[in-house]
Write a protein that binds this ligand. Sequence first.
Ligand SMILES: Nc1ncnc2c1ncn2[C@@H]1O[C@H](COP(=O)(O)OP(=O)(O)OP(=O)(O)O)[C@@H](O)[C@H]1O
Ligand SMILES: [Mg+2]
Length: 273
Amino acid sequence: MRQPTAVESRGVDEILAVHELRRSFGGVRALTGCSFGVERGSITALIGPNGAGKTTLANVVAGASRPQSGQVVFDGRDVTGRPSHEVALGGLIRTFQISREYPAMTVLENLMVSPQRQAGEKLSTVLFHPRRFRSEERRHLERAVEVLAEFGLYEKRNDYARNLSGGQKRLLELARAVMADPKMLVIDEPMAGINPALIERLADHIIRLRDARGTTFLMVEHNLDVVERMCDKVVVMAVGQTLATGTMAELRGNAAVVSAYLTGGVVDVRAQG
Ligand SMILES: Nc1ncnc2c1ncn2[C@@H]1O[C@H](COP(=O)(O)OP(=O)(O)OP(=O)(O)O)[C@@H](O)[C@H]1O
Ligand SMILES: [Mg+2]
């Protein structure tokens, strides 16, 4: 049994908490003491001007980049500096950063090689437990078909991933992540460069995953209409730290946020308190 965190004992169940994260690249200070929490089962937006440190934060949280100091606690475990495959096994998966589909594989094959493959990949299982290998393969295939149907991609199952439209590739990316049954998805600008109809579709899928599976999302997003429509909470970052957190309505009443971000104005927001 793990101990409840201080935040849980205040009644908020935070699946992710970051504390005072710092990360520099040479002289560039990308994270300057960033702290915030993400409530379990929420869609939380991460917004902020270009260069605020959002992608760096996503990388640090998902184990793709190590912080110089600070702490990342995911689902009650300190995962600071742990590698991404280990963080993924714990249930936190980052996606959309780069479209990572395998272009020369079919849509179905893309799901079959999704993260966190089962024991079927171990050579010893293939050689010494062929029956177990086959039954795991079968289960995996059934699940892939189910997930494709869920995302409206079943008809495309035998198409090469490279022939999908940009929006369909985003759906495929999300479907691949879902194959791993994640507790939390960190998604970096999922809506960038896709048309409004597909933004709607992708948004609906993300909302559905929250509602049906209880998946938590931390979503870097520049489109504030999308944020308003989808997100339960918003974290505003500027110059490598958290400027404010709250609902969109609360943030509209926050003068520092409005001048730093919502109107695209001043960058040095710390001076304004
Ligand atoms: N690998 C790197 N090497 C050097 N500098 C970096 C690196 N990654 C990020 N930075 C710098 O750190 C700062 C934060 O970058 P980051 O990409 O995290 O911002 P962002 O909020 O995601 O911006 P955007 O909205 O443009 O995606 C920027 O000044 C950026 O140039
Ligand atoms: Mg970014």
